[in-house]
Design a binder for this molecule. Sequence first.
Ligand code: MN
Length: 141
Amino acid sequence: MPTPTMEDYIEQIYLLIETKGYARVSAIADALQVQPSSVTKMVQKLDKDEYLNYEKYQGLVLTPKGQKIGKRLVYRHDLLEQFLRLIGVDEENIYKDVEGIEHHLSWNSIDRIGDLVQFLEEDEDRLNHLRQMKRSTEQKD
Ligand SMILES: [Mn+2]
């Protein structure tokens, strides 16, 4: 299993490849706000662990194993954002909160949150009820 840091890299590399078609060391460094030298180091480790193939000056490609986990990590991030948004968390907190929790939940919890998101979205009344609760809680604060 990849560590949280490895997960962040695989997630960003997958996103970059999905949106731009390629992932350069400099773009990964920007996305994760780390030094390019740290990216090179981690990319070499991810290559060794068979998540990707890295050729200096030629860029990198995810292996099928890297693609599979990358897809799940991006799904998990998006699901958690969707969940926090649905329950009424303020927009300014959503990204940071997801980055803080995403590595620390089991896939079991992710799946149950997925069910809950579906449950809330299925019926407008459920969401309205929740929004009403939010309003009355905020009035008390
Ligand atoms: Mn993330």
